[in-house]
Design a protein around this ligand. Structure first.
Ligand code: IPM
Ligand code: MG
Length: 353
């Protein structure tokens, strides 16, 4: 482990973002203190709060800070008052610009069913029990960023585009993860309809033949994969897919874990990593102190592992999260009364024990 002071930028953002990010930052502070490692936490605006302050959704000062950081911890962005806004006036544009500026092309979204929470899933216990997958979502391309795009009179249009290079770099990340797990990879596309998917499929297949012959590669259409995700989630191990398909599939996947509030994610590229819970800003419960901070705290574990080279500490945080749930501590999303702060404190107390 390096002794260098960790420079972490936090972007609490909007809605419940600041509440969950605050608890996550407490956990990070404590873990680094226990490890005797210095920590510099730098907070910056992103999303609706930046727009409210008269700035861009991704302010220049935020950009400068994240590019100089060792890692970035994000809460959530999005405010209902900007729902009707278009173009640069949307908080979400701040998030997309942030991802683009950081070059984080691979978004890792683990979905794991914890036994203690099987009852929290609307699906039958025997269906969700044992679910343990990781979805690798391409994050910087596809229809999210493709040009041309726009609204032209009564015609709205976007472009779904991938280059081979973009497919290869994200598929490599997925193949490497598969190598460390069950040695199988499922690539999800819509090659029966979309040319962009045909190129995707061909590129992933060639990569497997040339560089990953030890990994069993399968392909599935996204509609069929969506069905299997609910019908037979335990069959999934490592999945690689495009930006839009990954966005949709992972929200569905969240149902398997019991609550979207539990899911964390890591977005990785060449530079600093970006870590965020996959839930949104949840304006309906913002400011009440009842949001589940475990997705954000799980993102801290991922940050420790992937950006600070502290794998033991990462596993420790993850084990403590599981134990808190096994002990019956439940925030409102899981039908309980534990508050955001209490849940954060439970994790910190366990770290101190
Ligand atoms: C996500 C979110 C974002 C996305 C939104 C807020 C732009 O849904 O991270 O999954 O679509 O990527
Ligand atoms: Mg989403």
């Amino acid at each position: 482990m390096s002794d260098k002071t960790a420079r972490i930028v936090t972007l609490p953002g909007d809605g419940i973002g600041p509440e969950v990010c605050g608890e996550a930052a407490n956990v990070l502070r404590l873990v680094l203190e226990q490890a005797g490692r210095g920590l510099e936490l730098i907070e910056k605006p992103l999303g609706g709060c930046a727009l409210d302050a008269g700035d861009e959704a991704f302010p220049a000062a935020t950009k400068e800070a994240v590019l100089a950081a060792d890692a970035v911890l994000l809460g959530a962005v999005g405010l209902p008052k900007y729902d009707g806004a278009t173009g640069n006036r949307r908080p979400e544009k701040g998030l997309l610009d942030l991802r683009q500026a950081m070059g984080v092309f691979a978004n890792l979204r683990p979905v794991r069913a914890i036994d203690a929470l099987n009852d929290a899933s609307p699906l039958k216990n025997h269906v969700v029990k044992g679910t343990d997958m990781i979805v690798v979502r391409e994050l910087l391309g596809g229809v999210y960023f493709g040009e041309p795009r726009g609204i032209d009179g009564d015609r709205g249009f976007n472009t779904m585009v991938y280059t081979k290079r973009e497919v290869v770099r994200v598929a490599k990340v997925a193949f490497e993860i598969a190598r460390g797990r069950g040695k199988r990879l499922l690539s999800v596309d819509k090659a029966n309809v979309l040319e962009v998917s045909q190129l995707w499929r061909q590129t992933v297949t060639e990569l497997q033949q040339n560089e990953y012959p030890d990994i069993a590669l399968d392909h599935q259409y996204v509609d069929s994969a969506a069905m299997d995700l609910i019908r037979q989630p335990t069959k999934f191990d490592v999945v690689v897919t495009s930006n839009l398909f990954g966005d949709i599939l992972t929200d569905a996947g969240a149902v398997l874990a019991g609550s979207i509030g539990l899911l964390s994610s890591a977005s990785l590229g060449e530079g600093p990593g970006l870590y965020e819970p996959i839930h949104g800003s949840a304006p309906d419960i913002a400011g009440q102190g009842i949001a589940n901070p475990l997705g954000a705290i799980g993102s801290v574990a991922s940050l420790l592992r992937n950006s600070l080279q502290m794998p033991e500490e990462a596993t420790r945080v993850e084990t403590i999260i599981d134990q808190a749930l096994a002990d019956g501590h439940r925030t409102a999303d899981l039908g309980g009364k534990v508050t955001t702060k209490e849940m954060g404190d439970i994790i910190c107390q366990a770290l101190k024990a």
